[in-house]
Design a protein around this ligand. Structure first.
Ligand SMILES: Nc1ncnc2c1ncn2[C@@H]1O[C@H](COP(=O)(O)OP(=O)(O)OP(=O)(O)O)[C@@H](O)[C@H]1O
Ligand SMILES: [Mg+2]
Length: 313
């Protein structure tokens, strides 16, 4: 352009007009592109959120419409489940009394996470039933199940935002008060951190334990009847894990807690231990009673001690 003006082909006025036009053309194209990228990014995270909640896809197949009322027991009767042709649960019988705390233990791959997913109605039994105070889980509305049962797993989903907002956004149903957010931050031991600082994509600037504390804080904002922690604090050291479990037990005195952990130190304070093996519940009872028996639980204890010795020794 400048070259043509110097050689008299184009007037300065034409050049300025031309630059203004191309500028006008470029800016919208640029913003369209930016908008498109925002949309794509937005869609990806929205898809992740929807996948995570599993609501729209599942609601089509889950026709239950009853409310979730759990005052006495959740009972699993002869529950079977398999992935393709691989059986995982082969007749699980189990009762969870309201207000008690349970630890579910068993070897890796024994079906603990599968069982947790079934209690959330993510999976349906191939055979057998799950009853909530005598009402089959499949007759209960999914939205009701989601608001009465919470599952915190090892995998944490975080937004590239502050800790504060990550905890706040974990609640779709209502806007929590500031004081409530402060309370849960304190309860999970995140108060030493600057909760107003952004944490990076998927929380890259945080430790595994800090991410898990955020996930737990989100859950503590929502009162539920059944809280399932599936290795939800596995990234923490044994002592911090035990401390958090004790705190959760104090907070959920009236509710039912199901803890899944590989650490013996973490599960000792529960009311009852449930041992899963070969797709069935093979032992259930108070930890101190099971310790007297030469059964699965003592095997589990022994295994833990051997592993600890190997580590230290
Ligand atoms: N989505 C899946 N598709 C196919 N097989 C699966 C799937 N999820 C789990 N399995 C299989 O089902 C069995 C039980 O898995 P599950 O995750 O319930 O075990 P777990 O007791 O939680 O183990 P861990 O202690 O390692 O977490 C395993 O053999 C596993 O390979
Ligand atoms: Mg598991």
């Amino acid at each position: 352009g400048g070259y043509q003006v110097m050689h008299g082909v184009m007037t300065l006025g034409t050049l300025i007009a031309f630059l203004q036009y191309t500028g006008r053309l470029f800016d919208p194209v640029q913003s369209l592109h930016n908008l498109y990228m925002d949309l794509v990014r937005g869609m990806v995270s929205m898809r992740r959120v929807l996948e995570f909640m599993q609501l729209p896809t599942q609601e089509a197949t889950h026709a239950g419409h009853k409310p979730f009322i759990y005052n006495r027991t959740i009972e699993l009767q002869d529950v079977h489940f398999h992935f393709d042709d691989q059986p995982v649960l082969r007749g699980v019988n189990l009762k969870l009394a309201k207000g008690k705390s349970y630890a579910l233990v068993g070897a890796s791959g024994s079906g603990k996470t599968t069982l947790a997913n079934m209690l959330c109605a993510f999976y349906t039994p191939a055979q057998g039933r799950i009853l909530i105070d005598d009402v089959p889980l499949e007759d209960i509305q999914l939205r009701e199940v989601r608001s009465h049962v919470s599952l915190v797993s090892q995998q944490v989903h975080l937004f590239d935002d502050t800790i504060w907002h990550n905890i706040r956004y974990g609640n779709f149903e209502r806007e929590p008060a500031e004081a409530e957010i402060e309370r849960v931050i304190d309860q999970v031991g995140l108060n030493g951190l600057d909760v107003q600082e952004t944490i990076g994509e998927q929380g890259v600037q945080l430790s595994g334990g800090q991410k898990q504390r955020i996930a737990l804080a989100r859950t503590l904002l929502r009162p539920v009847d059944l809280l399932i922690l599936d290795e939800a604090t596995a990234a923490l050291d044994a002592e911090s894990e035990a401390t958090l479990f004790r705190r959760v037990q104090q907070l959920y005195r009236e509710q039912t807690i199901l803890l899944i952990s590989h650490r013996l130190s973490a599960v000792q304070g529960v009311d009852e231990v449930i041992c899963l093996a070969d797709g069935r519940v093979v032992e259930q009872g108070q930890p101190e009673v099971l310790r007297q028996k030469q059964g699965y639980y003592t095997q589990f204890v022994q295994h833990q001690q051997d592993a600890a010795l190997e580590l230290t020794g």
